[in-house]
Design a protein. Structure first.
Length: 443
């Protein structure tokens, strides 16, 4: 069988075998840490927090943390503070000349930006830690308990939470450097996959017992789920090819150029980054409100994942961030300059400024439908909920869960295929080349 043969080929490549092993070991460390409870937290307090995180935006936050949020774990704050800090730093790179200069400095500039991102992550963690503990205290007391965290208890628990999130960030960086795929993306992916079996069993049981439709409706949901996955794959892989003609050059007795090539401009060049960015922004009101403590009508409205205002704001943010991140990752000016330097040109378009304007207009046209489709897929769980699908299972009908899952899996499989092709083995597909996220730097 093709699968067995490919698995054997993967295991024959020593470097690939080591990377897969390291990735699995680090992921296991992360999953174990998700169940290490904060000191001084009793089982009754965990039960109260688990009930609070069983629905709404808190359920999504719990999924991003791999269940650590509802377990009162040392990893409870998860990786979202680091992603929020990355968003802020990238926004600063658009407006502050100092950050723009660092972005142009290559590897040294990237290291400086990463350092600033870590510093900002620590600041965010020191703000979110007390908010998380306040919420835990509120939920325990509401359930009939008597939890009370004094100043020093709050201080050292906040330090533990901050250290836990920084350790997750370190694990992600180690997976990226020595493992397989993007570490931060894989950590988020693991948290999503960990909840899928339970959600599937819960939906199946619900359809056979209390919900309407029975087994037929459950099979319809599965078919719709596969259809949405297929659409998400098309969204991730869709491209528009721009022909580039290279002029002939004769150096000595050899001829160079003269061939026509294609620039693959992606319909969704930003990949899943707009989803992650928008989701991080949607978490901000909850963080300032103490994860549920003292929530007003406005906070409740924009944290109701089934509500109109949450999905409307979420949709607009995704479209806006799609254009924003595409502008960062796809640079028509640089592409036009590279073509001109290599004696290349787009047929019918003058080199230089005209080529830049042409590429920019194409990106604007193909980004709009890509952004709209991305926004629609992101809010599909709300429509699934309206149709009677349980909230835990509806999250996989698009939205953050599905798009991150598809994007990260394709990206990781592409890296595996690259190792196989490099060592002259057949790829993962019998024909054609597996396409992943070839642009952008998603998490």
């Amino acid at each position: 069988m093709k699968l067995i043969e490919t698995t054997k080929n993967i295991w024959k490549i020593e470097d690939l075998r080591k990377r897969i092993t390291i990735t699995l070991l680090l992921v296991i460390v992360y999953r174990i840490g998700c169940y290490v409870v904060l000191p001084g937290i009793s089982p009754s307090e965990i039960d109260a927090l688990r009930n609070f995180a069983s629905g709404g935006l808190m359920q999504l936050l719990d999924m991003f943390s791999g269940g650590a949020f509802s377990q009162a774990s040392i990893f409870a704050l998860g990786i979202m503070p680091y992603i929020t800090a990355s968003i802020v730093i990238q926004l600063l790179g658009m407006v502050l000349p100092q950050f723009q200069k660092m972005q142009r400095e290559g590897e040294s500039g990237r290291m400086k930006i990463n350092q600033y991102t870590r510093y900002l992550t620590v600041v965010i963690l020191l703000l979110q830690g007390p908010a998380y503990l306040v919420n835990l205290q509120v939920q325990v007391n509401a359930a009939g308990g008597a939890a009370h965290f004094g100043f020093w208890t709050t201080a050292y628990l906040t330090l533990i939470l901050a250290a836990g999130s920084m350790f997750i960030m370190w694990l992600g960086e180690k997976i990226t450097d020595r493992g397989l795929g993007n570490g931060i993306s894989l950590i988020i992916l693991v948290g999503i996959i960990a909840r899928f079996p339970g959600a599937l069993v819960q939906e199946f049981t619900s359809r056979l017992t209390t919900a309407q439709g029975g087994l037929v409706m459950f099979l319809v949901e599965i078919v719709m789920l596969f259809a949405v996955i297929a659409g998400a794959i098309l969204l991730v892989q869709g491209t528009r090819k721009v022909p580039v003609q290279y002029a002939k050059r004769i150096v000595g007795n050899k001829q160079y150029g003269g061939a026509r090539q294609y620039i693959p401009l992606k319909v969704n060049a930003a990949n899943v980054m707009p989803i992650i960015f928008a989701q991080a922004i949607m978490f901000i009101p909850v963080a300032f409100a103490g994860f549920g403590a003292n929530q007003g009508s406005f906070t409740r409205a924009i944290t109701d994942m089934q509500g109109f205002w949450y999905n409307a704001i979420y949709f607009v943010l995704i479209v806006a961030f799609t254009y924003f991140y595409t502008a960062i990752t796809v640079r028509p000016a640089q592409m036009a300059e590279d073509m001109k330097r290599n004696n290349g040109f787009i047929p019918g378009v003058k080199p230089g400024k005209k080529t830049e304007e042409y590429l920019d207009s194409i990106m604007s046209r193909i980004t709009l439908p890509g952004a709209l489709f991305l926004g629609v897929v992101a809010i599909l769980p709300a429509f699934a909920g309206v149709c009677g699908v349980s909230q835990s299972f509806a999250q996989f009908f698009g939205g953050t869960s599905l798009l991150i899952l598809v994007g990260v899996v394709l990206d990781t499989l592409q890296q595996i295929e690259s190792h196989l092709m490099m060592h002259h083995y057949d790829g993962l597909m019998k024909s054609g080349k597996l396409k992943g996220r070839t642009t952008g730097s998603g998490y």
